[in-house]
Design a binder for this molecule. Structure first.
Ligand SMILES: Nc1ncnc2c1ncn2[C@@H]1O[C@H](COP(=O)(O)OP(=O)(O)OP(=O)(O)O)[C@@H](O)[C@H]1O
Ligand SMILES: [Mg+2]
Length: 386
């Protein structure tokens, strides 16, 4: 059961927003509304996020990412639609109830996290707890723990201006973690950081998430960041979610040309991971090695596999082992348990461009661009008749 659910969310800015929603439902376009002076920032967005998941929202500037995020915690009241967290309908709460839910269950981390310059790092990290009315001793204990989690142990007594930009952003993350909020909403949280520190923060978030199991919605316009962090990725365009899927779905079966254009320059071998493309181990059991050995158990598979990989191993590292054996590469967890198998065929399949047609025969005109141009619904299914 997903912890966060948003259903048919709309957010329209401008005059008579409810009328605009009715027009949108009846098929009006965003541009038609704009000519009437209203901005449809979020149109019919539905998402579900499970505990422990990082749900990434990606899209060009102005596509509605921040607005969507703000409707999720009630900072903006949706014009239509519902948001539920742990089954509680946030859209039906009074302002006071909503503030309480926000201070206890939801934390936001922004791109430029505003720290209080005249408070120590520890006080800054404990600020969310202060708002909740948590007594000082407990506040300091929990803020200290959160700073340790984000790699800032030893900096508690420093002032914000003694920290680098990356460290300040960590304090922002620590503040969000200290409150024990289960839902983290992160809006371009790492975008202002330089590439190495940014990667570091991404690693740290992934590492923290393994144990903290928060429910995270993370906004970025950076495809590589989306691919690294996202268990699920939603791509927004002009207020609408045009596709929701795993990194692999987005790369291999883009819903339309807009999504495809986002991903066209990506080096798939570096972005796609063994975990994203692995097949079930059942597909290996019952097969035989080139030497005639039967593979019937995980142990036999491990013994015969040309190499082992982890779920986050980029597939770039699998080509050489795959080329040396008919047995797939084994994907294992940190304890060495087998999770899946990557056969050579699968490696090739995910690298294939969406099917290009043969040069058209004189009579028949081949459709342009193969299946990429087919319309699909956001979950990736081709819409019948489109
Ligand atoms: N308070 C507001 N009043 C009127 N229009 C708004 C308001 N906030 C956002 N918009 C409009 O809604 C649309 C979506 O904006 P939003 O900030 O959600 O985009 P975004 O995807 O977060 O973009 P960016 O990547 O630049 O942060 C834009 O057209 C913007 O002008
Ligand atoms: Mg934004």
């Amino acid at each position: 059961m997903s912890r966060l659910q948003a259903e048919h969310l709309y957010k329209v800015f401008g005059r008579r927003p409810e009328d605009a929603v009715r027009k949108l439902e009846a098929g009006a376009s965003r541009d038609e509304l704009r000519s009437e002076g209203t901005t449809a920032a979020v149109i019919d967005a539905s998402i579900e996020v499970d505990e422990g998941q990082i749900f990434v929202v990606m899209g060009l500037s102005g596509s509605g990412k921040s607005t969507l995020l703000r409707t999720l915690n009630g900072l903006l009241e949706p014009t239509a639609g519902t948001v539920r967290f742990d089954g509680q309908d946030l859209t039906s709460l009074s302002d006071k109830e909503l503030r309480k839910v926000r201070s206890q269950k939801i934390s936001m981390v922004f791109q430029h996290f505003a720290l209080f310059p005249h408070r120590s790092v520890l006080e800054n990290a404990g600020y969310g707890l202060e708002v909740q009315g948590v007594p000082r001793a407990e506040r300091e204990r929990r803020a200290t723990e959160a700073l340790e989690l984000t790699g800032l142990k030893g900096w508690e007594k420093s002032w914000p201006d003694e920290l680098s930009g990356g460290m300040q952003q960590r304090v922002g993350l620590a503040r969000a973690l200290a409150t024990d909020a289960d839902l983290l909403l992160m809006d371009e949280s790492f975008s202002a950081l330089d590439p190495l520190i940014r990667r570091d923060m991404q690693d740290q978030l992934l590492e923290l998430q393994k144990t903290l199991m928060k429910t995270i919605v993370f906004i970025t316009h950076d495809l590589n960041e989306a691919m690294r962090l996202g268990d699920r990725i939603a791509v927004m365009r002009d207020g609408r979610i045009v596709q929701i899927g795993s990194a692999e779905d987005i790369l291999v079966t883009p819903a339309n040309d807009y999504v495809a254009s986002f991903t066209q320059d990506v080096d798939r071998t570096r972005v796609l991971t063994a975990g994203a493309i692995m097949a079930d181990t059942d597909t290996v059991f019952g097969t035989t090695t080139a030497q005639g050995k039967k593979i019937g158990t995980a142990e036999e598979f491990l013994a015969a596999a040309p190499a082992t990989a982890r779920v986050d191993t980029p597939i770039a590292e699998l080509f050489t082992p795959c080329s040396t054996s008919t047995v797939p590469v084994a994907v294992t967890d940190e304890r060495g348990e087998v999770l899946g198998a990557v056969p050579a065929g699968r490696l090739l399949a995910v690298l294939g461009e969406p099917k290009k047609q043969e040069p058209p025969a004189p009579a028949a005109q081949a459709p342009e661009n193969g299946h990429r141009s087919a319309d699909r619904d956001p979950e990736g299914k081709v819409i019948a008749g489109a």
